[in-house]
Design a protein around this ligand. Structure first.
Ligand code: PLP
Length: 393
């Protein structure tokens, strides 16, 4: 059975060009980039090349690129650095819809005596910039707001939010793990101090990330030891993955227009196809400001997990909007923050495309998906329950 992979916000296929670029660094080119000899030096130059490729994608300077092990490490490094360089500031501003990479860290810091403001969102998952501005205070060490949401795809007004932070003298971090490679960004005009990204969301391998640190930003490393990464992250570099990420950045820069046109068109065709074919199906999130590849659809009266199992039998990979907490299927923190009614939140499915998604795959899903919902609704225990104010969504 053919696999139709529509779970690209979870992880992406490693691009064949990326695999090819990495291979020599697993075999012949195994030198340590910090070595003084020519053999290591050629590897060091390759790492420098990858740094340039990544900087070019972001409109950054190569020395502003710090290679890390993943998006989670980048998020932690940025937030903990801001706290370490400003020890008398004990307040952080973030949102209720961040990825656990930011939320769990903030909850941990809260237990350690820091004060965290978690900004809420409206029914479409939108933030209120006035509420955000009012939350920034003299003792705020950092504001951390995601560039784009992994579940519903909302793209937040980072330009505006970062400008407000700068005016108020507050450091600004954005978790751009879902946004880099999907929407163009340019650090020469975007006034963020820190930006996190992760290789495996843009067709590089899992286990490699980047923290962009604007030149001049005070910084404290998370890992101490050797002098790798100009003393900002100790530990011998993951050379093959860095080379792979450099190539992935170059491919992303080349494909970003296609992401906006081809991928968004396929996503819209899929979304319209499903919403038109299935009654009581609504799109979650802010359709006016969304990633081009993401669609989160709520199907009333069915459970997301049941949908996923049936899609799996058809070879279709997707994600649900639930998190398995203490044995019960709770709607995700994002859908809860948006106030999505219970009977919709439970039946939410996230479909996320990539530049490898084809029109044939989308047509297959449009054909096979609606009967799945029909069959599940015929046996649904939720049928007849009142789902709350669905009209207000
Ligand atoms: N931030 C966001 C928005 C994500 O979607 C993810 C991964 O799903 C992460 C952070 C964590 O990235 P990583 O898996 O590289 O640690």
């Amino acid at each position: 059975m053919k696999t139709v992979y529509l779970d690209n916000n979870a992880t992406t296929r490693v691009a064949p060009e990326v695999v090819e670029a990495m291979l020599p660094y697993f075999s012949d080119l195994y030198g340590n980039p910090s070595s003084m000899h020519t053999f290591g030096g050629q590897v060091g130059r390759a790492v420098a090349g990858a740094r340039e490729q990544m900087a070019a994608l972001l409109g950054a300077r190569p020395e502003e690129i710090l290679f890390t092990s993943c998006g989670t490490e980048s998020d932690s490094t940025a937030i903990l650095s801001a706290l370490a360089t400003q020890p008398d500031k004990k307040h952080i501003v973030t949102t209720r819809v961040e990825h656990p990479a930011v939320l769990a860290l903030c909850q941990h810091l809260e237990r350690r005596g820091y004060e965290i403001t978690y900004l809420g969102v409206d029914f479409k998952g939108r933030l209120n910039p006035d509420e955000y501005a009012a939350a920034l205070r003299g003792d705020t060490a950092i504001a951390s707001v995601m560039f784009a949401n992994n579940e519903v795809g909302n793209v937040y007004p980072i330009q505006q939010l970062a400008e407000i932070a700068r005016e108020k003298g507050v450091l600004f971090h954005t978790d751009a793990v879902q946004a880099v490679g999907k929407i163009p960004m340019d650090m020469t005009t975007l006034p963020v101090d820190f930006l996190s990204l992760s290789g495996h969301k843009l067709h590089a391998p899992k286990g490699i990330g980047v923290l962009y640190i604007r030149k001049g930003t005070r910084f404290r490393p998370l890992l101490r030891g050797g002098h790798q990464e100009r003393g900002r992250r100790a530990g011998t570099e993951n050379v093959p993955y860095i080379i792979g990420l450099g190539m992935a950045a170059e491919l992303a820069a080349r494909n970003i227009d296609r992401e906006q046109s081809h991928v968004a068109l396929l996503r819209d065709r899929l979304e319209h196809g499903l919403v038109n074919a299935v009654p009581d199906a609504v799109v979650n999130g802010d359709t006016d400001s969304r990633l081009p590849n993401t669609s989160s659809i709520a199907f009333k009266y069915v459970e997301g997990e049941a949908i996923l199992l049936m899609l799996d039998r058809l070879g279709i990979c997707a994600s649900s909007g639930s998190a398995c907490t203490s044995g019960s299927l709770e709607p995700s923190h994002v859908l809860r923050a948006m106030g999505v009614p219970f009977t919709y939140a439970h039946g939410s499915v996230r479909l996320s495309l990539s530049r490898y998604t084809t029109a044939e795959e989308i047509d297959y899903v449009i054909r096979e998906f609606p009967p799945v919902i029909e069959r599940l609704r015929a046996i649904s225990p939720f049928r007849g329950e009142q789902g709350g104010p669905a009209g207000s969504r």
